[in-house]
Design a protein around this ligand. Structure first.
Ligand code: LMR
Length: 396
């Protein structure tokens, strides 16, 4: 039965890491996948995470199954991070959260729940969007439409074009929105634009699905949630798929959550029973470790303060790298204006480099970036910047 199976193409992001690992050049630099590196080029376990893990090893008494929706304290903590402690959505019990394996697992569970239990058959994603969105949503059986978002020439959003595209969506369609730090462009909506998106969702009866993977990597934990909270205050139904891969550095623990908000608590409970059914037939129930780490940190004032500080450090190092990236390109004699890189949010910079230039960076200089021209700024360091900028200067 396997003889007719065709070769799948390499993954546009994770496939690059495989190619990078096989590269023997000592000066190689991996700016493909979104993984935070410190100044020494390492991705260490956060100190708050290490302390939470030590605590967990002390108190752990059993490895018995979690419930289908995971650690309850974790799910409550997720809702507070998303909507704010004092949110009426929480007080009115309109939200239900299931711990799920990372942002990808959360998105997939959301999509399968929608396909199997609602009239939703189409999801609108931004052009461009994260390379995996298409695969996740089509695997779940959703049709995919794109809405205009980014204009390459201006390195900016065309918001009118975004609204015009979404005017073509039909009632019951899903709109995928990047909560903050848009991947890959790094350009986010303003609060007024978020309000207009909320209005449009209400008017056209569209259901927002937030992909929220970078909370705290833009302006701050609370600040980055303002877009989501603005829309959530307007609509009666939405779903959030969030991830703690980046902001807790828990990449390989696969820890995220799918949160469903309904018009009232009774409807939320009923709809959530189907989310749980979806999970049960997929991976049964989530692994415990990541959820316990996050809930331990968020419940302990001291650990939480330490985590917030570590997150702030990551955020400010990335901002510093953006400035230095622009300055080093200029120092390498690049005359093209790259100042837009300093204005983008989050881990990524959408460089505008062409497919050919990206291929030359890899083949001739061992600098790995995603084919779309997306550069993980979080992987730049003072040590590798000159190598990267020299290479870019050569291929321009
Ligand atoms: C990325 O976009 O690089 C990250 O979200 C990692 C991934 O899974 O692609």
């Amino acid at each position: 039965i396997f003889s007719n199976v065709t070769q799948a193409p390499a993954d546009p992001i994770l496939g690059l890491t495989d190619a990078f690992k096989a590269d023997t050049r000592p000066t190689k630099v991996n700016l493909g996948v979104g993984i935070y590196k410190d100044e020494a080029g390492q991705t260490p376990v956060l100190s708050s995470v290490k302390k939470a893990e030590a605590k967990l090893i002390e108190i752990e008494k059993s490895k018995s199954y979690l419930g289908i929706d995971g650690v309850q304290a974790y799910n409550q903590a997720v809702q507070a991070l998303l909507f704010g402690d004092a949110s009426p959505i929480i007080a009115d019990k309109r939200a239900r959260t299931a711990q799920a394996p990372g942002g990808t697992g959360s998105l997939r569970m959301a999509a399968e729940f929608l396909v199997n239990n609602t009239s939703a058959d189409t999801i609108w994603v931004s052009n461009p969007t994260w390379a995996n969105h298409q695969s996740i949503f089509s695997a779940a059986g959703l049709n995919i439409e794109t809405y205009d978002y980014y204009v390459a020439e201006q390195h900016d959003i065309d918001f009118d074009a975004m609204l015009a595209s979404l005017a073509n969506a039909k009632a019951g369609d899903i709109v995928l929105l990047h909560g903050c730090c848009h991947n890959p462009t790094g350009i986010d909506l303003t609060i007024d634009q978020w309000r207009q998106i909320g209005e449009l969702c209400v008017k056209q009866q569209l259901v927002p699905l937030f992909d929220f993977a970078y909370q705290g990597f833009g302006a701050g934990i609370e600040e980055d949630a303002q877009g989501l909270r603005t829309v959530a205050a307007q609509v009666s139904e939405l779903i959030v798929a969030n991830s703690f891969s980046k902001n807790f550095g828990l990449y390989n623990e696969r820890i995220g959550a799918v949160t469903l908000v309904a018009v009232n608590s009774e409807e939320a409970e009923r709809a959530f029973s189907q989310v749980k059914k979806t999970i049960r037939s997929s991976y049964s129930n989530p692994p415990a470790h990541g959820g316990l780490i996050v809930s331990t940190i968020l419940a302990d004032a001291e650990l939480r303060a330490e985590w917030e500080q570590e997150l702030a450090q990551m955020r400010s190092r990335i901002a510093q790298m953006r400035e230095l990236f622009v300055a080093t390109l200029a120092a390498e004699g690049v005359t093209q204006d790259f100042s837009f890189i300093a204005k983008q949010n989050g881990m990524f910079s959408f460089s505008g480099l062409s497919k050919e230039q990206v291929a030359r960076l890899k083949d001739e200089f061992g600098v790995y970036i995603v084919g779309s021209g997306r550069i993980s700024v979080a992987g730049l360091t003072k040590a590798n910047l000159p190598v990267v900028c020299k290479a870019i200067a050569q291929v321009l």
